[in-house]
Design a protein around this ligand. Structure first.
Ligand code: GKR
Ligand code: MG
Length: 425
């Protein structure tokens, strides 16, 4: 079997005005949809970042993959390395929350984008679910958590009708947001995105309200490194006992290590451990007790399994990170999570925030039941592209002027003096 065509299609979909440490989400999120077609008629699918620097690598890669055997993952890696060395793509200043766009991650994330599509193609050609190529499923139901955001009711320039979630600013509104998300998806655990302009005390009040409303649900808070060590310690004193884990409260491997020494609270990260070198340094310092894996920038599904194995070796818990994404990514996350025996926590997903009419796979949005996404016996990732939807979302991409995520620039539309400062509090 040889690769005959590779297509990379940038798309844009509506994204809610969600607040975070950098600022606020823009009205559209960008992704790329990858199709790898073999000479015997199978098509493997992938989904990755859609920011300009990433797209430039994916597009530059396309033709070099024609003629390659989709089982030749080492050949894929060599071609990715050669392409990145040749074109040296730029960085994406506004997306430090999502390490995938960082220049040091270009090889890992481009490899991942195609590795998923290659594995999907391999599995389809063999008529088996992708998870079987990862050693088989240790669970068929993969648990995800409710991912709450402080948010405005609508975007600053109102490019479209307000979303169905309404404003999420007060603790009462956050509890209502959680209830709706849990009613619709059955989530058992709850994560609150923090580090926003509303400040740590307000965000701790939201955690307290959530604890009261959902006393049995494990809670997490994630300020994306936007609190100083002293602030993180002060907030830990207020809510430490309410948390399952404390995700990236303050910046840096050293800061996190010191925080753990002084509070004893389990710390999780998708910011200070984003590659194997940082993993090694984190183990030496005991910076984190849980790593949030993300195949998009950890170098694919197989490297995510290696990361999980490393976590097991060093007695570190495994959870999963997410950015705004659609169903192909959700199924890739689900297949790899199904093949990780030591997945110790429900995974993150932004999926509930995405609109019903903007899914790119046939049949619309995938169901999340009892907080879980199910692996089926269908070949590969188990999803098919809806080409009408792909065309619609690509046209939407062409119609807007966002080419790289920049939550700082978006916040400046609300507050012209807003700057990228970290830690802010
Ligand atoms: O989408 O605003 C966001 C998140 O803050 C995202 O960018 C992070 O990468 O969800 C992520 C996280 O857990 O840090
Ligand atoms: Mg995080």
């Amino acid at each position: 079997m040889k690769i005959k065509h590779v297509r990379v299609t940038p798309i844009a979909f509506r994204d809610a005005p969600l607040l975070n440490a950098s600022g606020i989400h823009e009205p559209y999120a960008l992704r790329s949809i990858i199709e790898v077609e073999s000479d015997n008629g199978f098509v493997g699918l992938g989904e990755s970042y859609g920011d300009a620097p990433v797209l430039s690598v994916l597009k530059a890669m396309k033709d070099s993959l024609v003629g390659l055997d989709p089982f030749d993952l080492n050949g894929l890696r060599a071609r990715v390395k050669a392409t990145v060395a040749r074109i040296q793509p730029g960085s994406n200043s506004g997306a430090e929350l999502a390490p995938g766009s960082h220049p040091s991650k270009q090889v890992a994330n481009a490899y991942s984008a195609f590795e998923v599509a290659f594995l999907d193609l391999q599995a389809r050609s063999l008529g088996m679910p992708l998870v079987d190529l990862l050693g088989g499923a240790v669970r068929n139901e993969v648990p995800f958590s409710a991912y709450l955001f402080l948010k405005y009711a609508e975007h600053v320039d109102s490019p479209y009708q307000p979303d169905r979630w309404g404003e999420g600013i007060s603790p009462e509104q956050l509890v209502a947001q959680a209830r709706k998300m849990i009613d619709e998806n059955g989530f058992q655990s709850i994560k609150l995105k923090a580090g926003t302009l509303l400040g740590p005390e307000h965000e701790v009040a939201c955690i307290k309200a959530l604890k009261q409303a959902f006393p049995n649900a494990p809670l997490r808070i994630d300020p994306n490194g936007n609190w100083s060590l002293e602030t993180a310690i002060r907030m830990a004193e207020l809510m430490g006992d309410d948390l399952q884990y404390y995700e990236d409260p303050c910046p840096g491997l050293e800061g996190m290590a010191e925080l753990h020494r002084r509070t004893g609270i389990p710390l999780a990260t998708n910011m200070v451990v984003t590659d194997f070198d940082e993993f090694r340094r984190s183990v030496a310092l005991n910076s984190v007790q849980i790593v949030l894996a993300d195949h998009h920038y950890w170098g694919g599904l197989r490297d995510t399994q290696i990361l999980s194995r490393m976590c097991e070796t060093f007695d570190i818990g495994v959870s999963m990170h997410s950015n705004s994404h659609l169903g192909i990514s959700l199924m890739a996350m689900t297949h790899v999570a199904a093949a990780v025996p030591n997945l110790s926590y429900a995974c993150d997903t932004h999926y509930p925030w995405q609109e019903e009419d903007e899914e790119v796979i046939k049949g619309g949005k995938l169901p999340i039941r009892n907080g879980c996404v199910t692996i089926t016996k269908a070949p590969g990732l188990g999803v098919e592209l809806d080409y009408d939807q792909l065309g619609k979302l690509h046209d939407q991409y062409l119609a807007i002027d966002i080419r790289s995520r920049d939550d700082v620039r978006q916040m400046q539309k609300y507050r012209p003096d807003w700057k990228a400062v970290k830690p802010r509090f």
